[in-house]
Ligand binder design. Structure first.
Ligand code: B1M
Length: 214
């Protein structure tokens, strides 16, 4: 198979055998690391989601795919473009309560930290009270919430309301597959005291973060 067809297959099949060699081959021919992630690797993940939805994959297999994706991203990470600027700001980052999906969140961390932001990554299933405590301790310039489940969108509304009740109003960046711009701008923003910014993907998140830093 040609390289462009092999790359998504690693993710779909959840296999790491030969993965790094093929990533190196893609880099060597001039593919940009972020384009490899957003192109063939994300295409593989989309197919995993489709197969899982169709009951053609079980959770254990999806977990293997997630492991392959993580291995690919960490192999590409040293090759991602970096800016050597002084700290532009601090982001407190979390996957919301009830949600374990963290590949997208961790991609946001990698891309923003490579571009001058300090990231405090609280991990997955982060309850509002944990986020509030961390916000008081870390004094972030903005807070980022990720969530992939449909119920996570609702959890973001609850989290926004809890943050507001705690007197926190730094910009809130939200992202994840179950979310839409309209939902962020209406439902989440309605419960929050500060600005709510919707990021479609990690690069959009970086652009928003840069705008905040300016
Ligand atoms: Co799950 N899962 N999963 N899963 N999983 C989805 C999300 C699902 C759509 C699959 C499907 O049915 N088609 C579905 C959700 C259905 C729904 O609610 N509508 C689903 C389900 C149902 C579940 C379980 C309930 C399955 C079960 O147990 N029966 C369970 C949930 C457990 C829980 O959370 N409580 C579950 C578990 C898992 C695994 C653990 C096996 C694994 C996650 C491993 C891990 O993350 N460590 C997993 C995976 C891998 C997926 C799919 C296949 C891929 C997700 C992914 O990593 N994508 C996913 C289907 C799909 O998305 N096609 C699916 C790659 C990643 C880079 O993209 O996270 O979207 P993404 O991030 C993007 C953007 O969204 C954005 O930037 C990134 C790209 O640049 N972004 C942000 C994300 N966060 C952001 C934050 C920002 C800015 C941008 O600022 C703060």
């Amino acid at each position: 198979l040609p390289l462009d067809e092999r790359l998504p297959l690693y993710i779909i099949e959840g296999s790491k055998q030969g993965l790094t060699d093929d990533l190196d081959e893609a880099l060597a021919r001039g593919d940009r690391p972020l384009d490899i992630i957003n192109g063939p690797l994300m295409a593989g993940m989309a197919e995993v989601g489709r197969l899982f939805n169709d009951n053609q994959l079980i959770v254990a297999e999806v977990l293997q795919s997630a492991e392959a994706m993580k291995a690919a991203v960490s192999h590409l990470e040293p090759h991602l473009e970096k800016t050597e600027t002084a700290a532009k700001g601090k982001l407190l980052l979390a996957t919301v309560k009830g949600d374990v999906h963290d590949i997208g969140k961790n991609l946001v961390e990698i891309i923003l930290s490579n571009n001058g932001f300090t990231i405090v990554n609280l991990g997955i299933k982060v309850a509002p009270e944990v986020l509030i405590e961390a916000a008081r301790r870390e004094r972030p310039d903005f807070i980022g919430l990720s969530g992939l489940l449909v119920k996570s969108a609702q959890q973001m509304v609850v989290t926004a309301a809890d943050l507001k009740a705690a007197g926190i109003d730094v910009p809130l960046m939200v992202g994840g597959a179950a979310l839409s711009r309209v939902f962020a701008d209406t439902r989440i923003a309605a419960e929050y005291a500060g600005p709510v910014l919707y990021a479609k993907d990690a690069m959009a998140g970086l652009e928003l973060a840069n705008q905040l830093a300016d």
